[in-house]
Design a protein around this ligand. Structure first.
Ligand code: CTP
Length: 403
């Protein structure tokens, strides 16, 4: 057996699109088949211009799926069945056009309908020239796909790296296969575990049209939810008001949407007793207006005073509820005296560790796609370099698994 048993018996849908790198798909198939995987190719019409279905079906020992109906006898090809059959879907090469359609649900070929019906994790290996890759629309679509929990496979580290040189070229077949093996090797490491994750900002109502909020996008929390779910955990995801573009698609993630700190607290209080861990990533407002005006407030007088009352400190309350065997992880976003502030929050809220990010570090904090963190326990501190939020989530969950 080559490269271990991780892919033995795994069912892989391989999507091929119209790129010159399509010939490399043959090498991906050969390596997958050698490792004992079953491969079903779905190819776009443009993909067939670059490689013939006969070559592909000979390598996979299965007819290639391309059209919605089999041309010979009119049998319907069910994308829904393929979505249920697969253990993973790999789209390699993925052109800018296919990436755009995937990100926006343009289901005009069999590959996109299969992608939209896919219940298994999806891996995408972009292949295009640098200008197309660097175009903001491509970058935005890749970010969108990553926020849906899809895995982007690229040469080098992190597709959101600020340097784009050399990017766009498809990752080598052996590395794509290695990514899959690594994924299946760690997939089950959190099976049977239940994790509560909070994410996003909270909104505290002032009147029917105004609120007190903050700049949190929820991206770090989404990355954490996807990472835990990908490792087999059941995730209770309690999410403040985030952009409607922020969606979860992993079947292990159960999402509860809340608006205020009080609502987030109620949800967490109910869920935490049955959890193994909680990661509190939300940027919770510490105060809310004492009263909410029933009608829209009018501009009167020269100033306006809004009196605020304290919100529950969700982290501190869960810290008090924490039982033996349960773990609790918090975040601290600081602007000054970072380490000592993080240390005092760690103690005050009874966290097992705290993830510190400083607003002084470029690329860290709210609304960015990257983060630079330190993981702090009562007697250790680990500093990490600037990474994508997806990579940062891996580091945090690795640490959680070590507790
Ligand atoms: N947190 C929470 N509920 C709150 C406030 C914060 O659960 N009402 C959690 C956050 O999700 C984060 C951690 O507590 O994991 C740190 O939040 P932060 O607001 O920095 O802590 P505070 O104690 O409110 O400190 P500060 O005085 O800096 O506001």
């Amino acid at each position: 057996m080559i490269g271990g048993y991780m892919l033995q018996g795994k069912k892989i849908v391989l999507g091929i699109t119209g790129s010159i790198a399509a010939y490399k798909s043959c090498l991906i198939i050969r390596q997958l088949v050698k490792r004992g995987a079953e491969v079903q190719v779905v190819i776009t019409p443009a993909g067939k211009e670059f490689i013939t279905p006969i070559t592909l079906s000979a390598l996979t020992s299965k007819p290639v799926v391309s059209d919605f109906f089999a041309q010979r006898d009119g049998t319907w090809h069910s994308h829904v069945d393929l979505g249920l059959w697969a253990d993973a879907m790999v789209i390699a090469p993925a052109t800018a056009s296919t990436i755009g359609k995937m990100a926006n649900g343009v289901a005009d070929n069999m590959l996109i309908t299969t992608y939209l019906s896919m219940k298994a994790p999806v891996f995408i290996a972009p292949a295009m020239d640098l200008d197309m890759y660097a175009h903001p629309s491509t970058q935005q679509n890749l970010k969108t796909l990553q926020s849906y929990g899809n895995h982007i496979i690229e040469p080098g580290t992190g597709f959101l790296a600020s340097k784009l040189e050399g990017k766009g070229r498809m990752e080598e077949p052996e590395n794509i296969v290695a990514c899959l093996e690594k994924f299946f090797a760690q997939k089950e490491s959190m099976k049977g575990k239940k994790v509560l994750i909070t994410a996003g900002p909270t909104y505290e109502k002032i009147d029917p049209v105004r609120f007190i909020g903050n700049y949190s996008s929820g991206k770090m929390g989404f990355a954490l939810a996807n990472e835990c779910a990908n490792r087999g955990a059941q995730v209770e995801f309690v999410c403040g008001p985030v952009s409607s573009a922020m969606q979860v698609s992993h079947p292990n993630i159960h999402r509860t949407d809340v608006e205020s700190a009080q609502e987030m607290f109620e949800a967490c209080k109910t869920l935490y007793p049955s959890m193994d861990s909680a990661i509190l990533c939300a940027a919770v407002a510490d105060f809310a207006p004492e009263t909410v005006a029933v009608q829209k407030m009018k501009r009167t007088g020269d100033d306006l005073v809004i009196r605020l009352k304290p919100n529950p400190d969700i982290a501190a309350l869960l810290g008090q509820m924490k039982k033996n065997g349960q773990t609790l992880v918090g975040f601290a976003l600081e602007t000054n005296d970072e380490e000592s502030n993080a240390q005092s929050k760690l103690k005050k809220k009874n966290f097992d560790f705290i993830v510190l990010n400083s607003l002084r570090d470029e690329g860290a904090g709210f609304r960015t796609d990257t983060n630079k963190i330190s993981i702090i326990t009562s007697n250790t501190k680990k500093d990490y370099p600037l990474k994508t939020k997806g990579e940062v989530a891996k580091d945090i969950v690795d640490e959680l698994e070590c507790l």
